[in-house]
Design a protein around this ligand. Structure first.
Ligand SMILES: *Cc1c(COP(=O)(O)O)cnc(C)c1O
Length: 354
């Protein structure tokens, strides 16, 4: 088969997203969704946008949303780009900033969409090994690279980098764009946004999907020097002028106006994460230090795949990768306290000795 496929389509190895179950009701801890509802202000704004104006195309420049984002982050609107989820923003960034002649770098253990984007764009990349504790060896990323992509906090490990290390990466790659994917930054890492005015090669990418509980709305954004943003606009307008629909534009603005709610749910999730991590350690698990809304765990005796299957039988979905170095780990999204109670009970049965 693949009779009519282009060579390019034949060569693709697509990203496999976490399962979204349709029939049975699971406790869903596999795709890092927020267990709490979106802000009421976001929902009200979406309801208000439902109406006859849907007849009309949305604003292709997303002016109002970009102004609100700029105000939220202390930037100018021309330092803001928005897209249909941060995955789209990242895909466009790979096209806008990287060339096949120069190798781009990212860690060997990180968001598995990065190699997929690189392949789609025909880029050369090198996966730099993290150390045994999943720390990022900053010195390995310095030099004449074609670009650097890092997630901070990293996924699926949860490990965060300090701003001082981000500065070193930026100064060590003066001729290349450094993309910092801050999808999980609101759960406990330091944002690089304050560095934007000092480093023209820094692009920060964030999303409404995780900390703002709007994965279903598909809104992501990039913050950086106006020249980088122009490059992204060039790519976007060569592909799809209307990446955000009217409801997404309205909902995202509503969510941004409710900073208090974001802080409240992010803080709640971080505290649930830390309590759950302590409890799992007492049960004998190794738990890496996480600054995200998920935990990356392994057990010295029971293989991760056994735990994955056992949890599924008990109605709990978590994420596992059959990949070198991490095949004995599970990534578990931090849910509500009740969901974490169910998780810990199921895991304690699974690791109990006969
Ligand atoms: C979830 C995730 C994304 C994608 O987020 P969307 O905005 O929903 O597309 C990007 N990067 C990382 C590291 C993620 O975990």
């Amino acid at each position: 088969m693949k009779e009519f496929w282009s060579k390019r389509a034949k060569a693709l190895t697509p990203y496999i997203p976490g399962e979204q179950p349709r029939e049975r009701k699971f406790i869903k801890l596999n795709t890092n969704e927020n267990p709490y509802p979106p802000s009421q202000m976001a929902l009200a704004a979406i309801r208000e946008a439902v109406g006859e104006s849907l007849r009309l195309y949305p604003d292709p420049e997303c002016t109002s949303l970009r102004e609100t984002l700029a105000a939220t982050f202390g930037l100018k609107p021309n330092q803001v780009f928005v897209g249909n989820g941060s995955d789209e923003v990242l895909a466009m960034s790979f096209q806008a900033f990287f060339d096949p002649e120069r190798t781009i770098l990212f860690p060997d253990i990180t968001y598995s969409f990065y190699p997929v984007f690189a392949d789609l764009c025909g880029l050369n990349y090198r996966e730099v090994p993290l150390d045994e504790c999943f720390g990022l060896p900053v010195e390995e990323f310095l030099g004449n690279n074609g670009g650097v992509v890092i997630a901070n906090p990293n996924a699926p490990t949860g490990r965060a980098l300090s701003l001082c290390h981000i500065r070193t990466l930026l100064e060590g790659n003066p001729d290349a764009v450094v993309i910092v994917d801050e999808t999980y930054v609101d759960f406990g890492a330091q944002s690089a946004v304050p560095l934007i005015d000092s480093y023209p090669n820094l692009l920060v990418v964030q999303t409404m999907s995780k900390s703002r509980a709007l994965a279903g709305l598909r809104v992501g954004f990039a913050l950086g020097n106006a020249d980088l943003i122009n490059a992204l606009n060039s790519v976007k307008n060569s592909f799809n002028s209307y990446t955000l629909d009217r409801l997404a534009l309205a909902g995202a603005e509503g969510a941004l106006r409710d900073g208090a709610y974001l802080r409240a749910i992010a803080m709640k999730i971080s505290s649930t994460r830390d309590c759950t991590a302590d409890r799992l350690k007492r049960m004998g698990f190794e738990v890496s230090d996480s600054a995200g809304n998920f935990l990356f765990i392994s057990h010295p005796e029971v293989p991760a795949k056994t735990l994955l299957d056992g949890l599924r039988e008990r109605g709990i979905l978590v994420r596992w990768w059959d990949k070198p170095r991490i095949s004995n780990y599970l990534r578990i999204t931090v849910g509500t306290d009740e969901e974490m109670e169910a998780l810990c009970q199921a895991l304690s049965q699974l690791v109990a000795k006969e």
